[in-house]
Design a binder for this molecule. Structure first.
Ligand code: ADP
Ligand code: ZN
Length: 728
């Protein structure tokens, strides 16, 4: 009898031992009894110990069934899983579940499911591709089949349905429902590199450096302003890898995963790209997983969780827009995909490339200290000028719908010249608060203790923290007066204001209220570039992934909030946002300008950013972080606790603090209320734990955890641990 350690998907930080007739390979799924339930777990290890060394060996339960013949989680991914549960102090079973496609978590077969496949007929096997020279699409499809059967859906997408149909009609191929046989490197048959620009000097240096790293672990930061040709560097750097049959995994922010991004890679190499994002069905997700695992996909582009995609023959990992906050998971297993990518690249012994116009301070620090190679692109490709940035002093000016008189004048010039103007507003809705003109009472969401946001078009109030809605009141609840007024400005109000300030000018608003779903967003963004609109109003969405060549003015309505935030990362986030926004605008023949409207025109952060750019700001901010003893110069984790009874959550953290005080000299701050103090009726507190060095900090946590779990409030409050938090 063998004793098997299994990661079972329950929120407990331990593995469970089961018995089985024989040893099992790590990475195989098994069904195990757990209390009254049957759960799908993953084998982590077969214990090679005599029965006498196993605790309670006579009480152990047997594995019910084994789901896989061979491991579905390979050695590197299993190491990654172990690293994840140790580093993030998370339950092993939950870690392994997070790494698997949903269907595999549910116990479905990992073998490829039968699908429509294009197969060569006997006649097809006797025919050479030159006979199709008058039908290039058919020829390309036919040629690609030399590498083996093709997925029908993929072939239709790549070569067009008519070409596939024609080949069937010519009896050269047939369509059959079979389980696809994925072959490693099968893209080599269709790999053909289309015309590419000649890299400039900086690009050449970067590409050469990346080529030299092949087959070895190295991390590089590619710091390049928007439009400087970073993507072109990715394309040229991965070309030799693809030719070698090696796979490349590219992580992008959710919103950056546009059809344009994917087609740029497909067009360059003429091969299918595997795409992984949140809107795929479980089945589609599993298919990409299978193809990547078999080595059948040369390029896989995906969002955060794509870092768990198995690879047969990896050549390189790339994280594009590596500063983007979407790479950090903010609930459950709170991992950072960028850190995980570094860990994974090391395990595979391959290079990792991090690209950004506005690198995270953590990454920049690693590059400046020499841990990462630092590659820089300082000029926009194709001669486009960078956007000029200015501060607009809004003090003492008349303000119309959040827009100062001075800014209006500038906007009018750009509109009259026939150009597009982008107005950035950091809040959606009409106004962030509704209050009584008589007594000043604000209408609050009782579950979150935060003002409701006014949504005028729907004639409703909405809480942006819990999503709660209510109808628009007509009287003040405190004094019953009937004059309620709005405070502050949101996108809806700016849109309304601009309609009256610029009558007849076509306008579009882009925020999560107006564009729901990826398709609607991409359609709207394309319409903007067809110049169907002249005025664009929107939120953060506008700062990501899309270029607006006809925009010559970017107006940021309010930067003051971020200047005085309690979050020490707020300046970094503001600087990234502003710089990314500036990068969206202009092209060679139409340079752009940007105006930041503020009541603090002399604020050093704004001045530095406007005059010296993000690179300078970031290096300065790093010095400040060092002086203040903040990350990345120290390590941190936070324990958060929330409960409907605020004293319960607070006491849990107070007692947790005592646990830490008893053992180690780590720095403890708090408990304080979180930046969002109350959400959905629960009060939220946090305890911030820091130490100069990571190891002692993590050690202290490991030792403390059993005691925290045993605290009297541990079962009554919702609490969680966030390692290297990016958000408070
Ligand atoms: P980034 O990823 O930094 O935003 P891109 O790679 O998308 O930059 O490049 C911006 C534009 O410049 C693209 O249209 C790209 O094709 C073009 N481009 C990039 N490098 C060159 C080059 N060396 N010569 C000419 N055009 C280039
Ligand atoms: Zn609320």
């Amino acid at each position: 009898m063998a004793f098997i350690q299994v990661a079972v998907p329950v929120p407990l930080r331990q593995l469970f031992t089961y018995t089985h007739d024989n040893a099992l390979s790590a990475g195989v799924r098994v069904v195990v009894p757990f209390g009254p339930r049957k759960l799908v777990g993953v084998v982590v290890e077969t214990l090679h110990k005599p029965e006498s060394d196993i605790e309670n060996s006579n009480k152990l339960k047997a594995i019910e069934s084994v789901l896989d013949d061979s491991p579905i989680i390979d050695g590197v991914l299993l190491k990654m899983a172990q690293w994840l549960w140790q580093y993030y102090h998370h339950a092993p079973g939950e870690v392994l579940h997070a790494m698997l496609p949903v269907l595999l978590r549910k116990g479905e077969s990992a073998a490829p499911t039968p699908q429509d496949m294009l197969m060569l007929t006997e006649e097809g096997k006797q025919t050479t591709a030159d006979t199709l020279s008058r039908a290039p699409k058919q020829q390309a499809c036919f040629t690609a089949m030399a590498g083996g059967a093709l997925l029908a859906s993929q072939a239709r997408k790549q070569y067009g349905a008519p070409a596939v149909k024609a080949l069937v009609e010519k009896s050269l191929i047939s369509i059959e429902e079979v389980a696809p046989e994925f072959k490693s490197g099968s893209w080599l048959a269709s790999l053909s590199v289309s015309e590419k620009p000649i890299p400039d000097t900086e690009q050449s240096v970067a590409i050469a450096a990346l080529n030299r790293q092949q087959g070895n672990f190295a991390v590089s930061l590619l710091e390049g302003v928007t439009g400087s040709g970073k993507t072109e560097v990715y394309l040229q750097a991965i070309e030799p890898l693809l030719r070698d049959g090696k796979q490349v995994l590219i992580l992008v922010p959710e919103i950056g995963l546009t059809p344009q991004t994917v087609s740029r890679f497909e067009k360059r190499f003429g091969i299918a790209v595997g795409v992984l994002h949140s809107q795929l069905s479980d089945k589609e997700r599993l298919q990409v997983w299978q193809r990547a695992k078999a080595g059948e996909l040369g390029i896989i582009i995906g969002t955060r969780s794509a870092i768990f995609t198995p690879l047969h023959n990896p050549g390189m990992l790339i994280v594009d827009e590596e500063h983007d906050e979407s790479f950090k998971q903010q609930d459950g297993l709170r991992y950072h995909a960028r850190d995980l990518a570094a860990m994974r690249a090391k395990q595979h012994n391959i290079p990792l490339l991090l690209g950004s116009a506005t690198p995270a301070l953590e990454t920049l620090n690693n590059a400046l200290s020499g841990r990462y190679a630092h590659l820089q692109l300082t000029k926009r490709a194709g001669g486009a000028k960078s956007t000029h940035q200015h501060v607009l002093d809004a003090r003492d000016q008349p303000i119309h719908y959040g827009i100062s008189q001075g800014l209006l004048t500038i906007m009018r010039q750009h509109i009259n010249a026939g150009n597009q103007v982008l107005v950035f507003v950091n809040r959606r809705g009409y106004a962030p608060a509704l209050l009584c003109h008589h007594c000043g009472e604000t209408v609050m969401c009782k579950r979150c203790d935060r003002p409701y946001t006014v949504h005028k078009a729907q004639n409703r109030l909405q809480c942006h923290h819990c999503g709660g809605m209510r109808s628009m009141p007509s009287n003040c609840e405190a004094c019953h007066h009937n004059e309620l007024v709005t405070a502050g400005t949101g996108t809806e109000q700016v849109e309304q204001g601009l309609a009256s300030l610029f009558p007849g000018v076509k306008q579009v608003r882009i925020d999560s209220d107006t564009v729901r779903g990826k398709d609607k967003l991409h359609q709207t963004l394309d319409a903007i570039n067809r110049q169907e609109y002249q005025l664009l109003v929107g939120t953060q969405i506008l700062s990501k992934g899309h270029h607006f060549p006809h925009v010559t003015l970017v107006a940021v309505l309010d930067c003051d909030g971020a200047l005085f935030s309690a979050d020490f990362r707020a300046p970094e986030k503001l600087a990234q946002l502003v710089t990314q926004l500036a990068g969206r605008a202009g092209r060679a023949s139409k340079p752009g300008e940007m105006w930041l409207q503020t009541h603090n025109p002399h604020h050093p952060l704004l001045q530095d950013l406007v005059h010296n750019g993000y690179g300078h700001f970031a290096r300065h901010a790093l010095m400040e972080r060092k002086a203040a003893g903040l990350p990345p110069f120290i390590s941190q984790f936070v324990i958060r606790a929330e409960a409907t009874d605020s004293s319960l959550a607070y006491r849990f953290l107070q007692d947790s603090k005592q646990v830490f005080l008893q053992q180690h000299a780590i720095e403890l701050n708090g408990p304080f209320p979180c930046l969002i103090e109350k959400r959905q009726g629960r009060f939220r507190f946090m305890l911030v734990c820091s130490h100069e060095k990571r190891a002692p900090l993590h050690n202290a946590l490991r030792l403390a955890l059993p005691f925290l779990q045993a605290l009297p409030q541990a079962m009554k409050v919702r609490w969680s641990i966030d390692i290297d938090p990016t958000d408070f």
